[in-house]
Design a protein around this ligand. Structure first.
Ligand SMILES: [Zn+2]
Length: 152
């Protein structure tokens, strides 16, 4: 949540604010930890879960809370109510996007830590991708059950 590497706890996960030139820079983490080499994005699409579940999930909860609080207390007109609910959600999602990714990296590291491999590089480089289960490869032809011809 403090946007630091989950392994060494020192290096930042994201580029500093002064070095971000676009919204994409703001949302994209660095390739890996400059200090310990921990790769932040393990595979393409790695952060889908963080974006959808953590960030949008938290934004939805925020929206529901604001809606209920306003509707139950001052009961504003619907247009006013929608603006009052949607504006903070958008702001929240923009500001919380980095934290949701950092949280996801930390949870992932906690549940499935990278193995430190003291190889030639001192364990500082990510291992080459190992084939994961069910990720493809040449499909094995399934042997067809031999059907016996029945001569009647
Ligand atoms: Zn690190």
């Amino acid at each position: 949540m403090i946007l630091r590497c989950p392994v060494c706890g020192k290096s930042p996960i994201f580029a500093p604010l002064l070095h971000t030139r676009s919204l994409r820079d703001w949302f994209s983490p660095l390739d890996g930890c400059p200090r310990c080499g921990y790769p932040y994005e393990r595979e393409p699409g790695y952060f889908l879960a963080s974006t959808w579940m953590i960030n949008y999930g938290a934004g939805s909860v925020l929206g529901i809370v604001i809606y209920l609080a306003l509707d139950l207390t001052i009961h504003p007109p619907i247009g006013w109510l929608l603006a009052a609910v949607i504006t903070p959600i958008i702001l929240f999602n923009l500001l919380f996007a980095r934290h949701s990714k950092a949280l996801f990296i930390a949870i992932d590291h906690l549940s499935d830590p990278h193995e430190k491999d003291p190889g030639e590089d001192g364990g500082n480089l990510p291992k080459p991708d190992a084939p994961t289960k069910g990720s493809g490869g040449p499909a094995q032809p399934t042997p067809k059950p031999k059907t016996e011809l029945q001569n009647v």
